[in-house]
Design a protein around this ligand. Structure first.
Ligand SMILES: NC(=O)c1ccc[n+]([C@@H]2O[C@H](COP(=O)([O-])OP(=O)(O)OC[C@H]3O[C@@H](n4cnc5c(N)ncnc54)[C@H](OP(=O)(O)O)[C@@H]3O)[C@@H](O)[C@H]2O)c1
Length: 333
């Protein structure tokens, strides 16, 4: 059963070369293949993440080992989306045609995607397409990082980089867990981060967040540029520092961090953990429940029409997005 007459072709944003957003073009493209365990979704909105930047620029360069040394092996772009189920694969029965859903799939900046049914979360009608599309990767990253650090009521958490997609989620989710939050950001974003509930907001260019008299129970290094040993020594004994972002350049940065983090932890008060997020259904369900309760609202900086995908990616590549950038694709009418 299908929702509406489906076209033979769709429009999709594609990039063939590694490099700048100028490489993105919107082209006529085949409809996604509907495998038995997948559903076809008409995309309404797409949320952008730092991962989309890395997969457009091909940086850090280790990205190219997996995704194409000279050119992008897969030309599709975008991951987080919200949309309407329009066709079901043969093995799918949990969802139904017409359901509003959100989740993650490669090539989300397109009129249709065909994600696995098991990974999709239902979207309540009261939550906008734009807000739902802004949740998956940054929301799950913040949620799982707070889990890994064991953040519980009364704990003092430092969120270094509190104004981007992951940071704005982390501030709100840490408060929802009953934590006391110190967050860093640029001076211009102080009011926004305070409005999300942060108890203390520091401009990281003017104040050193690790120069503290009372150690933190947990640190989320979203910016990725905290000195690792210093951060681990700014924790209570047994406290956790979760390394979410990376620094150190496009060649060896992430590899050096992976290779050296065990040594970082020798003799420090707390422990630094390397971290890789995923987007499981049970976490998406907990996040949408928090959104419904008003405890987590992803701040959307700007909604770009599909035709302005290059502009949306230019903002993403700037590394200065405040909250989330969203691309609107389908219309409700
Ligand atoms: N490990 C994982 O599984 C995982 C998952 C998701 C994301 N990440 C990583 O997490 C990082 C953030 O991702 P995102 O999607 O939230 O990116 P984003 O939305 O593009 O983050 C932009 C924010 O980063 C802040 N920022 C820029 N330079 C900074 C610095 N030197 N120190 C502190 N903050 C700085 C900016 O804040 P101001 O303008 O206020 O300075 C800006 O608001 C990225 O490095 C990404 O690769 C890792």
């Amino acid at each position: 059963m299908t929702y509406e007459t489906l076209p033979d072709q769709m429009r999709a944003a594609l990039a063939y070369q590694w490099g700048s957003p100028e490489n993105i073009s919107i082209e006529s493209s085949p409809m996604p293949t509907l495998e038995p365990d997948r559903v076809l979704v008409k995309v309404m909105a797409v949320g952008l993440n730092a991962a989309d930047k890395h997969l457009l620029l091909g940086t850090p360069y280790i990205v190219r080992l997996q995704h194409g040394l000279r050119r992008r092996k897969d030309q599709r772009i975008g991951h987080d989306f919200a949309g309407i189920v329009v066709q079901m694969g043969e093995e799918c029965s949990r969802l139904a045609v017409g359901d509003a859903v959100f989740g993650v799939d490669t090539g989300a900046v397109a009129e249709y995607v065909a994600p696995r049914e098991k990974n999709l979360c239902l979207k309540p009608a009261a939550i906008s397409w734009e807000h739902a599309a802004a949740i998956p990767i940054s929301g799950c990253t913040a949620f799982q990082a707070l889990d890994k650090a064991g953040v519980a009521p009364g704990m003092h958490v430092l969120i270094h980089g509190g104004s981007g997609g992951v940071g704005t989620a982390a501030v709100q989710l840490a408060k929802a867990r009953g934590g006391t939050v110190t967050a860093t950001c640029s001076a211009a974003n102080r009011d926004l981060v305070a409005s999300l509930g942060a108890d203390t907001v520091l401009d990281y260019r003017a104040r050193d967040p690790l120069a503290v008299t009372h150690p933190y129970d947990a640190i989320l290094d979203v910016g990725g540029n905290l000195k690792n040993r210093r951060a681990a020594n700014s924790l209570v004994p047994g406290g956790s520092m979760i390394k979410i972002g990376y620094s150190g350049g496009n060649w060896l940065g992430p590899i050096v961090q992976l290779g050296t983090h065990y040594a970082v932890n020798i003799g420090t008060a707390g422990t630094m953990h390397m971290f890789l997020a995923s987007t499981p259904l049970d976490v998406l369900e907990q996040l949408i429940a928090l959104v419904s309760e008003g405890k987590f609202i992803p701040p959307v900086e700007r909604v770009y029409p599909f035709e302005q995908t290059q502009e949306a990616y230019t903002r993403l590549v700037s590394g200065r997005t405040v909250g989330k950038s969203v691309i609107r694709i389908g219309s409700d009418t």
